[in-house]
Each structure stands twice: as C-alpha cells, then as structure tokens.
Write a protein that binds this ligand. Sequence first.
Ligand code: GLN
Length: 542
Amino acid sequence: MKRKYIFVIGGVMSGIGKGITTASLLKILEAKGYKATAMKIDPYVNVDAGTMNPIEHGEVFVTDDGAECDQDIGNYERFSGENITSNNYLTTGKVYQNVINKERNLEYGGKCVEVVPHIPNEVIYRIKKAGKEANADFVLIEIGGTIGEYQNLLFLESARMMRLKEPENVLFVLVSYLPVPKTIGEMKTKPTQSAGRLLNEAGIQPDIIVGRSSMPIDNIRKKKISIFCNIEPEDVISAPDAESIYDIPLAFNKEKIGERVLKKLNMRPKRNREGLSEWENFVARSKKGGKKVKIAIVGKYFQTGEFVLTDSYISVIEAIKHACWKIGCKEEITWLSSEKYEKDKKTLKEISNYDGVIIPGGFGSRGMKGKINVIEYCRKNNIPFFGLCLGMQLAVIEYARNVCNLEEASTTEANENCRHPVIDIMPAQKKIIKNKNYGGTMRLGAFDCKIKKGTKSYNAYKKETISERHRHRFEVNNEFKKILEDNGLVLAGVNPDLDLVEIIEIKKHPFFVGVQFHPEFKSKPLNGHPLFVEFIKAAKNK
Ligand code: GLN
C-alpha cells in the first residue's frame, strides 16, 4: 500500500478543535487496524515552541527525543498509541532554517534558491520523512492557523502540490465552525461556505468537512453545505460540543468519518468496531464520577484568566484526570496564584482545604517565595504534595532552609550568588547561557532514572529503571546531597549516567514527592501515570 496523507485545515476561526479532530481521526484509523501518525505544522517563525511563553502559546510539550512542541502533539500521543518524535513538529522557522542550512552547504548545486518551490519542497520532504520514519500507513498533517491567513499559505501550497502529484493518496479535511447566534436561534452555514471557497482559492477542494458547532448539524444543513462546498452530504461530519475531548473519537465514529476516509482512498478497514471498544469502556468509566478530590495547582502562568491557564498546564490537568479515572474519583482543580502566599503566611491556612497540592514546572524567580511557603505548609501539615520539575527544585530548597538549617539555600536561577546553591546550573548549561544560545538547549527529552527500592516511587512504578521526559537547565547540586540525606530527605531516584538527582521524597508523610522530570507528558487516558495515581490515592484518603 502507498502511504496516505490527510491534511487537516481550519476554517472560519481558530480554537475550534483542529487538534482534537486530528487526534480523533488518528485514533479511529488505528482502531481500523492501520498504523497512523500525526504531525503539526505551525506558521510561527520560532524554530520550535520552546521559546514561547506558555501564557501566549499554551504548554510546551516535550517528546522522548527532546523536541519542544505545540500542545497538540500531546493530544496526538494521549489519543493514540503513538510515540511522536521531533519529525512530527514543523514551523515556518524550522523549514526556513533547514533550507538556509542546505543552501549554505551548497546542497542546491549553485541554483537560485527561491521561496517557491524550495520552501514547499522542503515541507513536502519533511512530511514524507515523518511518514517514512514512523513507518505509517497514514500521515495526518494538521496545519496551524486558518485558511485565508497569509502565514500558512506556503503550507497549503505544499498540500496542493502533493495532491497534484499523487491525487489517490492525499485527502483534505476542513474543520469549520457553524455558529448558532442567540438572537437568531438558528445554525448558520454561511461562514463554512466561505471557508470552503477560501480553500478553493488556494487550489484545494475539501473532501470532508468537519462542522464544529454547539449542537449537531441536521440533514438540511448538511445538504446545504454539500451543495455550496461541492461535497456529498455524507462527507459533512457533525461535531457538536462534547462533555469531554475523549468523547470525540466515538462521536466521529458514529458519523462514519473513518469509513468515508477509507472509501475515498480506496481502502478497507483491517479491523472493525471492536477497535474502539476499549476506548468506549474507558469513556463510560470516566463519566461514573466517584469521591471528589480537591487538587490545588499553585503556579503563575495564569494572570490572564482561567482559559489561558488551562492551556499552560494542559498535560498536568489531563494527568490528574487520568489518575482519577483509574481509581474511580472525580477531580476538582483549583488554580492558586503563588504570589498571594508571599507576604502573609496566614493566607496559607486555606491550603488545608485541599486534598492535594501540585507545584508544576516554571521559569524565573517570580512567585518562587510563595511556592516555597506552600511546600513548607504541605510538608508540615501532611497535605499530599507533588512537585514537578521546578516544583521539585523548590521542595529541595524548602527542605534545605527549614530542615537542614541552610537559611540561604536557593537556586542559582533566582540568585546567582546565593551562599547555599542547593539547586544549580550544570557547567555545560552555563556556557550555553553565556553565549545566549537559548533555543532547544535545555536538558531535553527522555532520560533514565534508577529508583531506590522501598521508596514511594518504587511502589508506584514497581520497577527499578524508568525513563521520563525532561525540560530544564538546573539540577540538585550534588555537593549538598550528603547534608540533605543526613537530614532525612530521600533521594529516591538518580540518573545513573549523569549522577543527577531525579526524585526526592520524605518519609512519614502521606505523599511528598518531587520529580525533576515531567511525568505528565507520559500519562495516558487508558493508563494513568503511576506517580499521579499514587498522589491522587493519597489525596483521596486525606
Ligand atoms: N526553571 C527550572 C530549570 O530550568 C525548572 C524548569 C521546569 O520546571 N521545566 O531547571
């Protein structure tokens, strides 16, 4: 079989679920017995998502091979069995960087290098490479932004060129929006018609239109879209708002999107319905509810309102949910801005209202003091605490200050000349920073960690060697290992190759664990992450 390529393109406006559509289609094709992979192409000039502020762009998702990606890659991994690699994330910046590097290496053989065709050719090369290296039957390509934008024109041009060369292997899915204005009370198809035309202007005829709306699309409107957008009514897929993103593959399956895709590409399912049965069971289980657990996330990337916040910590939120579903309880997540706990320690009392506290990853010194106060409160009051990356580093600082009596303990990220740098930058990283070489240079991707038997972490993972994803420059300073251990801090996990502390714990506490890595990136809806599961269990028992 020749490899098939399905482009997912957005119309009308952004934020209507192109990423979830792509992830759902990925799931459905897998359920039909095919090997599928998904990639995202973002129009940014940034070479990757690593240099973008999470408030503006949402979470930076990290792959095993250390790519700093858009959060959609996280959804692809959560929905599918795929381990997505750096091949599957592309930006305008990355494409231009590759072309310019090739030009500098004389790889164009003295030719004049031009935006067209060299940029689309590079995009096509990268799409094919992603498919080949994943050994996929299907490659889904989500194009960031919406049609009609100047920024993603060259990506659409690449898609058009691919279709021209191999029409039998390329398909276009338009994800569009159908508003139901309150004053009219009726679903309007015109914006979707316009989106279809705009796509036509780019030389592309959609094969399938996914119509996002607050309610299901009726047959009258499906026919209308069919006539105006030049597709069959069966190719208009109704995608009403859903209670949970994990409902979407099932909703799409009911609309037979998988069958339509296969039919258009002259293919048959290798497997039928049973492919989604595990997912169906999980979705049913997730809706059962159970005992409520109140989890506080103490962070700082949410000054612009709750909507942006949830995007900044999306994998953490999903990991909490997955763990709750695994043990049959219901999460209630509250966002607490750490700066509030800096001045007045009395405010810390309200932390007792929660069953568990998470301090997620973060950068820079703002808000650190408040987080350290919260950690101290959790430690002393037996409140389950889970520190992720920066959260772990701050737990070490708190312990050093308040238990080891190293009053000036800190991280050199906040205070370069502190007397007790219990968290310090690695020498190799120091050089990088000095040269202002910030992009893609952190300690990134999967590293092994060896866990001590008898620890909470060992009981969670039930094995000695694990691999987790990283994204940071600072580490526990090994010069302070002895004093920390002598005072009771358990260094439960260490990277065997670099001798770096990966997990800290304290004994005699329901759950007090900090990890230098980001376990949230590997949590799956069908299989919650072991550490999140243990944390939620402790929270449930509080
Ligand atoms: N700022 C810290 C570091 O660079 C932690 C990073 C993080 O939480 N991802 O080491």
